[in-house]
Design a protein around this ligand. Structure first.
Ligand SMILES: [Zn+2]
Length: 290
């Protein structure tokens, strides 16, 4: 999955430090990343390069996080495409090598989105300042503190024996990059447990009542500012399906052997489908992930 960057390690603790020459810069503008990309590889400019190529003011870089000893800083303004660097949509960078760079780009874009949308205190309207000690924005007027926002989502693989319930989004929710089958998913609402959300979403999207809700794994999904918890659940495939046409165009039970293999395994959807295709039990999967 996108967060699997072994042997590298992600350190998200905030540090109030200035960028050195060899530190990486993640330029983010309107959910696009300025990077040098080929079909398979992505690279980011260093602080020294960004200073030389675009004459950026290094003091305006904002510390984001570290991966091993490598520090990453945010540049949140438009820059000219030059010297092999192009603005790419964050989803285009997904899955490119090295994995720690495409992961860093996604997480950087999520943080950029949060900073961009939290410039003023939601309580009194004064401009926020950055805390010197933690990743938080502080209002100098009223003391309000804002922490990074992550929206929780559940995703459920509904199974009945050797059959998996898969869906396709309708035109409104269609992602042209990816016309593969998807699993059912939805936002956790205020006052709900994750299990409640799974039951509600499946009922709303398929008309089915489910049983045996088993948590499998989670992943950050910075592309939509979310965190995803993945579940396997069971339902009766003989019951009629009531498709939620507002979101989905197709809902179908597919036999294990008829499921097409997933092209890459960056998302939890890909993994839930692949684990099912290979007949793995939840216990086996949990053990593998330990
Ligand atoms: Zn305030």
């Amino acid at each position: 999955m996108i967060q699997d960057i072994f042997p590298y390690k992600y350190h998200n603790e905030y540090r109030n430090i200035a960028a050195e020459d060899s530190d990486y810069v993640i330029p983010v503008h309107q959910q696009r990343i300025l990077c040098s990309c080929t079909e398979t590889k992505a690279s980011l400019p260093t602080a020294a390069e960004a200073e030389r190529i675009w004459k950026i003011d290094r003091k305006k870089l904002r510390y984001l996080f570290a991966i091993d000893e490598m520090n990453f800083f945010l540049w949140d303004q438009d820059l000219e495409e030059t010297a092999g660097f192009r603005w790419e949509h964050i989803l285009t960078v997904r899955g490119l090598e090295p994995a720690y760079i495409s992961f860093a780009a996604a997480v950087g874009a999520h943080l950029a989105h949060w900073y961009e949308n939290n410039r003023f205190c939601g309580k009194c309207g004064q401009p926020y300042s950055h805390s010197k000690t933690q990743r938080a924005l502080v209002c100098p007027a009223c003391g309000q503190v804002a922490f990074p926002r992550i929206n929780p989502i559940v995703i459920a693989a509904v199974v009945d024996g050797d059959r998996l319930l898969v869906a396709r989004y309708n035109k409104k929710h269609f992602n042209p990059r990816n016309n593969q089958y998807v699993l059912l998913a939805g936002y956790v609402e205020i006052g709900e447990s994750y299990e409640d959300t799974v039951r509600r979403e499946i009922r709303e999207e398929t008309g089915l009542e489910i049983r045996r809700i088993r948590y499998v794994a989670s992943q950050p999904w910075p592309y939509s500012q979310t965190s995803i918890a993945g579940f396997y659940v069971e339902a009766d495939s003989r019951k009629p399906l009531k498709i939620q046409e507002d979101e989905l165009s197709e809902l179908v039970w597919v036999k294990r052997e008829d499921l097409p293999p997933r092209r890459n395994l960056t998302s939890i959807t890909d993994n839930l489908i692949e684990w099912f295709r290979h007949g793995k039990t939840v216990e086996e999967i949990r053990k593998e992930l330990e």
